[in-house]
Ligand binder design. Structure first.
Ligand SMILES: *Cc1c(COP(=O)(O)O)cnc(C)c1O
Length: 353
């Protein structure tokens, strides 16, 4: 099989060494003669996996002791509703509308309280991160989307929300750069972009918010249920957590978050430079708000874009079509995407021109 370069936005590329290790031990995990997929989540072998994943995440990004790490299901999309359901409770929340994902979060929050749009970039088709936010002093929290996967824009500086809890949907940039966890009250992410396969949602949440959460909602949707049982109230997505644990080992071996961040910077710089220096391509995001994970660009006509995507696919560059809602092209260059693969894409882009 010829080499494929995987630029899908999600589920997305995983580190090759992780996939190889998972393959090697698929039928015989830890020498126990069984797959990790077919053992009890209460077994000691799986316990080491989930505890390992949690501890590595805690260390990797410096999660303070008064925060819980939860492995949930339902995707980041369930968090859009679960957060206001637990902590909004008829109150008011500030949301920054940066695009498709923020909009979905806003829609769910409106079911549980009032929403103030503290900033929006809708006027320019979400090609920038709004500055000068109109934050409310009585908001229960402020919600942002740290990286808009579809539009290709990313927050570089966090808004200052004072004592008001900041909540961030980091689905598409978690572990891609340093994060000050203590500046956030909740961080959540579907695993399938930067940390593992689909089916697991990572939630990092300050314990006081968990404790204060609504009690008269179904047990599975209360955060305390999962905190009290260490994400084992019901059967967790064991295989996904196993892969996350391996991805954390891989990240650590690469030199951790700061090494990852500099590699991500290098990859994004190379790709944006190619787009900027080449009149065949034009970037869609405001330069200072460009995402280092999802690089969105256009060619002069839709016909040319279709030709570009077709020829790229034939050459082994997969997943470059922009999201169906916005069109154009998008190269997702998550953590697991090697620098050399971005270099290969750049080579193709120059040749296509
Ligand atoms: C992919 C994505 C989601 C949706 O994740 P699901 O796990 O499919 O629910 C939400 N927010 C962002 C920023 C995303 O990239």
């Amino acid at each position: 099989m010829s080499k494929k370069y995987n630029f899908y936005a999600g589920p997305a590329i995983l580190p090759q060494t992780v996939m190889q290790k998972a393959k090697d031990e698929l039928l015989n995990f830890n020498g126990i003669g069984l797959s990790v997929m077919e053992i009890s989540h209460r077994s000691k072998d799986f316990d080491a996996v989930i505890t390992g994943a949690e501890n590595k995440i805690r260390k990797m990004i410096g999660v303070p002791d008064d925060y819980s790490i939860l492995f949930l299901q339902g995707g980041a999309s369930l968090q859009f509703g679960m957060i206001p359901m637990n902590i909004l409770n008829g109150g008011k929340a500030d949301y920054v509308n940066t695009g498709a994902w923020a909009k979905k979060a806003i829609k769910e929050a409106k079911l549980y309280g009032s929403v103030n749009i503290a900033g929006t970039s809708e006027d320019k088709n979400f090609n920038y991160i709004p500055k000068n936010l109109d934050l409310s002093s009585d908001a229960k929290y402020v919600h942002i989307t740290s990286n808009e996967t579809i539009g290709g824009i990313q927050w570089n500086t966090l808004p200052d929300t004072g004592d008001i809890p900041l909540i961030s949907d980091m689905s598409s940039d978690i572990f891609s750069k340093k994060i000050d966890v203590a500046k956030h009250a909740i961080i959540y992410a579907g695993a399938q972009k930067n940390i593992g396969p689909s089916g697991v949602t990572l939630v990092i949440m300050r314990n006081d918010l968990i404790e204060e959460g609504t009690k008269d909602i179904t047990t599975m949707l209360q955060y305390r249920t999962h905190k009290d049982k260490d994400s084992m109230y019901n059967t967790p997505p064991t295989f996904g957590i196993y892969i996350i644990n391996l991805v954390m080992d891989w990240l650590e071996a690469k030199g951790g978050i700061s090494a990852m961040e500099s590699e991500n910077n290098k990859k994004a710089e190379l790709l944006y430079k190619t787009i900027d220096e080449n009149e065949m391509y034009s970037g869609t995001a405001n330069i200072e708000d460009r995402s280092k994970m999802n690089v969105t660009f256009r060619l002069k006509t839709e016909e040319l874009e279709a030709k570009f995507i077709k020829e790229a696919t034939n050459a082994g560059f997969i997943g470059l079509k922009g999201h169906r809602s916005v069109g154009g092209c998008r190269a997702s260059i998550y953590n697991a995407m090697p620098y050399d693969s971005v270099k290969a894409l750049v080579g193709f882009m120059n040749k296509f021109k």
